[in-house]
Write a protein that binds this ligand. Structure first.
Ligand code: AMP
Length: 196
């Protein structure tokens, strides 16, 4: 099963993706987490990505796409993948389609976390991550609206989109997520949801 999460910063994708990946037995990849870790470790990737992270801008595809390709290459994940934070642009979505196609695979589902902006500010101001300063938050929301949100339509056209209400207690949102997955499974040919 191959799933991507789309949603603005603060929508709860991180927490939900950890639980869902665990439940489905799939590999979770958060590009944001990998980039932050690379920076803390002083790796070249992290150093190059640093200023984009600080400014709330997207890290260039030239850094992010190879990172994803390398993970797909390195891991033997027969149960599938859950991407949290990738793709973030239409170009990245096309790149992911291509990377999967090279391996004879395709995406099963894109989940969009839907949440009002005032709720995001409330959550993010409590979180305290280094890129959670007010100006960075604003920029990340602008970037989301301009570049990432259009992905919903991209996946909608391919009948892969599930939109879930991301407001509410974690377990309630998780239950919505589970329902969306069950629904998509029943819509698609179940044989396509197998291993590989
Ligand atoms: P996240 O942890 O998903 O909120 O991502 C934090 C930051 O990492 C973003 O604001 C971007 O600067 C960078 N980032 C994460 N994923 C991507 C991606 N797919 N493309 C470009 N930049 C990314």
């Amino acid at each position: 099963m191959r799933i991507v999460f789309i949603g603005p910063p603060g929508a709860g994708k991180g927490t939900q993706s950890v639980h869902l990946a665990d439940e489905l037995g799939v590999l979770r990849l958060s590009t944001g987490e990998v980039l932050r870790e690379a920076r803390e470790a002083g790796e070249p990737l992290g150093v190059e990505a640093g200023r984009f992270l600080d400014q709330g801008d997207l890290v260039p595809d030239g850094l992010v796409v190879p990172l994803v390709a390398e993970r797909l290459e390195r891991t033997d994940c027969s149960h599938g993948y859950l991407f949290d934070g990738f793709p973030r642009t239409i170009d990245q979505a096309r790149e992911l389609d291509r990377l999967f196609a090279l391996r004879g695979m395709s995406l099963d589902l894109a989940v969009e976390f839907v949440i009002p902006e005032d709720e995001l500010f409330r959550r993010l101001s409590k979180r305290g991550r280094s890129d959670d300063s007010e100006e960075t938050i604003r920029q990340r929301l602008r970037v989301y609206a301009a570049l990432t949100r259009p992905l919903a339509e991209y996946y909608q056209q391919r009948h892969m989109l599930a939109q879930i209400d991301a407001v509410g207690p974690q377990e309630v949102v998780f239950a919505r997520l589970q329902r969306a997955i069950t629904l998509q499974k029943s819509r698609s040919n179940t044989t396509e949801w197998g291993a590989s």
